[in-house]
Structure formats: structure tokens, C-alpha cells
Design a protein around this ligand. Structure first.
Ligand code: BES
Ligand code: MN
Ligand code: ZN
Length: 460
């Protein structure tokens, strides 16, 4: 089995009856009178998300009934069964009734079992699931392992995962899949013309860097992933208030999503030429920090006036996107915890994405729903580009007080010209509270949907 929580069909297992208010009475009727009385005494009616352990004649556990969603597919959560690993006692289980989407149910199980255990021992509970018929266990495990590894990266505090730690994680991944890896560190960023990555990261004790790895056949379609790797975002001299800074270890969530997607692509050996670019910096405060009002050169030759040092993500991404664009790839995908405005617009669970490619946008929306990795398209509304005008430079790094996620996307867009397509995801990278399959803490957003899309486009 490709995952310790998955079991083969021939293993002895306890049944899980996935029921609804409608189907429960009939399933209950097939159980022993004692089990029926017991379930009734517990008040179990098959309500969505509720469960009832059912007794055998000798008092041991026969199995479990679990209430699925109601009748409205639009309101159903395909990850609901992701609650089970935390609810059930240790053991091996199987779905006795078919899950609506067995692949997503299996994935939800593995993702729901996750907990961050680096600093505190978790009681590891082996709640295992028999792989349902027709589910590609290899692929589900590949996705789950990639997501879980990246959740760990997001959850790890900056004291143990600075820009150097992001590089180490990327290098381990690249080595595991035989990718060729380079990193441009510190003042080499200046000699190799990445002035904005250097400017944003130079105030940190840990030097800024650009991580760059390439995998796959040179003649395959070129897909380049770019991830915002801000190990910590103090806001810089435009310092954030304490409440806004508290979670800013997650500001490398774009890099984490990028690494998760790269792990899936390489693990599945998709026939693409993959390139991953991660500008990894810490937006710190020191006497050599970049300042409001500074005018920075950029790799692309566009000069950028700094309206706010807290709009740092777009600066480092701009230099990385310019490099990505130089080989005119078929597709550039960037992931970034770029704006608070995206959260104001759509909330933490629904990241906006931006692309001029309508066919790509439709595919993204479809796969987002298909794999329960939801996103929502917002427009690259070019009239707002005027908000980025500067009196002294080619551009300012901040727009006005409104439409902040859109103006950030428009800023990035200026640095991509030659690529055949570009999509930008403005992600949150965090679960504010535990939901099925989505434990509170670091989260990978938009990577699973892009994996599904690339699998469909390029075939496995
Ligand atoms: N990393 C933040 C954006 C962010 C904040 C993402 C909270 C998710 C949750 C980014 O670097 C930032 O500070 N953006 C500023 C931009 C502004 C100064 C133009 C923002 O959104 O306030
Ligand atoms: Mn910031
Ligand atoms: Zn940031």
C-alpha cells in the first residue's frame, strides 16, 4: 500500500455505512435488534456529519454509521468523511455503502488524519481505510503526501524555516525526483540581475535567494511554477500591526503550494518540462531595509517606486516571473499569499485567480469543483492599472485602497509577456478552523486542482 493509512481489500475491516436521513431507516432495519435499539438510544438519525458506533452481540464494535450530506449536491461537502479518522477508534474500516466520490472520500480521509507534530508528540492513531473499488490508491497517496508535506512547511515557524529552510525543502524534493537544482543567494542576486528579490530580502540575517529547479524532457510542453516564498512578512518598515503579523510565517504558502504541485507532477511523471521558481526571502526590518519611496530597478527593466514595503510579494514575484517569461513557456502558474484584499472579497476558503485565457479559466473552475479545491475567477480589469501609476518611476507597487487583489494581479501581469498563458492564484494558505479534511493551520490551496488540470491536458 502506498500510504500507511490505506489497507488492501483482503484485510479484515469494519463497515462504515454512509447514510442519510432517508437511507438510514432501511440500513438500520438490516442490523441486529440490539444495534438498532442502541443507535436509537443515541439519537442517531443520519444527520450530516454525525456518527454512531454500532455494537456487536459481545459488545465489541460492529461498525459505524455516518451521516452524509443531504440532497443538495451544491451544498454537499465531498470531504465530509474526512471527519472520520479523528472520530473513530483505531482499526481498519471500509465503506460498506459507496461514497458519492470514492476518490475524494479516500483523499479526505488521508488529509483529515493530518496533524502537525513537529513540536509536540501527537498520539498517532492508526485509523485505516480499505481502498474503495476503482480508486487509484497510488495517485491519492501521492496527492495526500504532497499536501501534507507542504502543510508541514507552512506550519513550521520561521525560526526553523527561513529562506534557507525553504531552499533545503525544495532541494530535497528536487533530488528525490532527479530534477536539476540551482539557487542564487545573497549578493549574487545583484550580479545576476534580480534586484527586487535582493532589495526585499536583504535586511534579514538569512540572505534572500532564488530557487530554480527543472525536471522532465527538454522537448515536452513547458510548465513553469512560481511561488511566493516570504518566510516571514513583518511588513518591512511599513510594519504590520501585531494582529496582522501573527500568522505571517504562512507567507511562504505560495512556495509550499508550488512544491506540492511539483511533487505531484514529478511523482506521476507527467510528460511536461517542469520548472519551479521560488524567490525566498524574509521581509525584515533593519538599517539596510528597503524603504517607502525607494525606486527599485527590476529584472525586466521596469522601475518600481515603493509605495509600501508591505507589498513585497509582488516585487519578488515580478523578478521571478520575468525570468520565467524569458523562455516563453507554454504556461506560467504562480501561487502567492499576495493580498489581504483577496480575503475581504472572497473569504479564506475561496482563493481568487486571474488569467486572460478564458479556456484555461473554465478548466480551472471545473477542476476546482471536481477535486474540491475551489477557486473563483476575478478579472484582470485593465482600467485599474492606472492605480499603479507613479510620478517618478514606471510603476508603483501599490494601488489605491480598493480592488487590492486585482491591482496586485495587474502588477504581476506586467512582467509576463512571452508566455502562452499565465494564471495567478491569490491564496490564503491557512484553515482558520478545522473542517472535514482540512485541519486548522497551514493549507495547500489550488495545487490539487492544477494537478488534475495538467493530468487531463497532458495525460499521464
Ligand atoms: N502577505 C501579505 C498579504 C496577506 C495578508 C495574505 C494576510 C494573507 C493574509 C502581503 O505581503 C501584504 O502585506 N499585502 C498588503 C498589500 C498592501 C500594502 C498594498 C495587504 O494586502 O494589505
Ligand atoms: Mn506584505
Ligand atoms: Zn507578504
Amino acid at each position: 500500500m502506498p500510504h500507511p493509512l490505506l489497507a488492501p481489500a483482503n484485510e479484515i475491516s469494519k463497515p462504515i455505512w454512509l447514510v442519510t436521513g432517508q437511507t438510514w431507516p432501511e440500513i438500520a432495519g438490516s442490523l441486529s435488534p440490539m444495534a438498532q435499539v442502541f443507535a436509537k438510544a443515541q439519537g442517531f438519525e443520519g444527520k450530516a456529519g454525525s456518527h454512531c458506533l454500532l455494537p456487536d452481540a459481545d459488545g465489541s464494535i460492529l461498525g459505524v454509521a455516518f451521516g452524509l450530506n443531504g440532497n443538495d449536491a451544491k451544498q454537499d461537502d465531498p470531504f465530509l468523511v474526512g471527519k472520520l479518522p479523528t472520530l473513530l477508534p483505531e482499526g481498519v474500516y471500509r465503506f460498506e455503502t459507496d461514497a458519492p466520490d470514492p476518490t475524494l472520500a479516500t483523499l479526505a480521509w488521508l488529509l483529515g488524519a493530518y496533524g502537525f507534530s513537529r513540536y509536540r508528540k501527537r498520539r498517532e492513531k492508526a485509523v485505516r481505510l480499505v481502498v474503495p473499488n476503482g480508486v487509484d490508491a497510488e495517485d491519492v497517496a501521492r496527492i495526500a503526501n504532497a499536501v501534507v508535506a507542504s502543510r508541514d512547511l507552512v506550519n513550521t515557524p520561521t525560526s526553523d524555516l527561513g529562506p534557507d529552510g525553504i531552499e533545503a525543502a525544495a532541494r530535497i524534493l528536487a533530488d528525490r525526483h532527479g530534477a536539476s537544482f540551482t539557487s542564487i543567494v545573497g549578493d549574487d542576486l545583484l550580479t545576476q540581475n534580480f534586484p527586487m528579490i535582493h532589495a526585499v530580502g536583504r535586511a534579514s540575517i538569512t540572505p534572500p535567494r532564488l530557487i530554480d529547479f527543472t525536471w522532465g524532457r527538454a522537448d515536452a510542453p513547458r510548465v513553469t511554477l512560481v511561488g511566493k516564498g516570504v518566510a516571514f512578512d513583518t511588513g518591512g518598515l511599513d510594519i504590520k500591526p501585531a494582529s496582522s503579523m501573527l500568522l505571517m510565517r504562512k507567507d511562504m504558502g505560495g512556495a509550499a503550494a508550488t512544491l506540492a504541485l511539483a511533487d505531484m507532477i514529478m511523482g506521476a511523471k507527467l510528460p511536461v518540462r517542469l520548472r519551479v521558481l521560488i524567490p525566498a526571502v524574509e521581509n525584515s526590518i533593519s538599517s539596510n531595509a528597503f524603504r517607502p519611496g525607494d525606486i527599485l530597478p527590476s529584472r525586466k527593466g521596469i522601475s518600481v517606486e515603493i509605495g509600501n514595503t508591505d507589498a513585497e510579494g509582488r516585487l519578488i514575484l515580478a523578478d521571478a516571473l520575468a525570468l520565467a517569461d524569458e523562455e516563453s513557456p507554454d504556461l506560467i502558474v504562480d501561487f502567492a499569499t499576495l493580498t489581504g484584499a483577496a480575503r475581504v472579497a472572497l473569504g479564506p476558503e475561496l482563493p481568487p485567480f486571474y488569467t486572460d485565457d478564458d479556456a484555461l479559466a473554465a478548466d480551472i473552475a471545473r477542476h476546482g469543483l471536481g477535486v474540491n479545491d475551489p477557486v473563483w475567477r476575478l478579472p484582470l480589469w485593465y482600467p485599474y492599472q492606472a492605480q499603479l501609476d507613479s510620478k517618478f518611476a514606471d510603476m508603483n507597487n501599490t494601488g489605491g485602497p480598493m480592488g487590492g487583489s486585482i491591482t496586485a494581479a495587474l502588477f504581476l501581469r506586467r512582467f509576463v509577456e512571452a508566455a502562452k498563458a499565465h494564471v495567478h492564484f491569490d491564496i490564503f494558505a491557512w484553515n482558520n478552523s478545522t473542517k472535514p479534511g482540512r485541519p486548522e493551520g497551514g493549507e495547500v490551496q489550488a495545487a490539487r486542482l492544477m494537478y488534475a488540470l495538467l493530468k487531463e491536458r497532458y495525460g499521464a
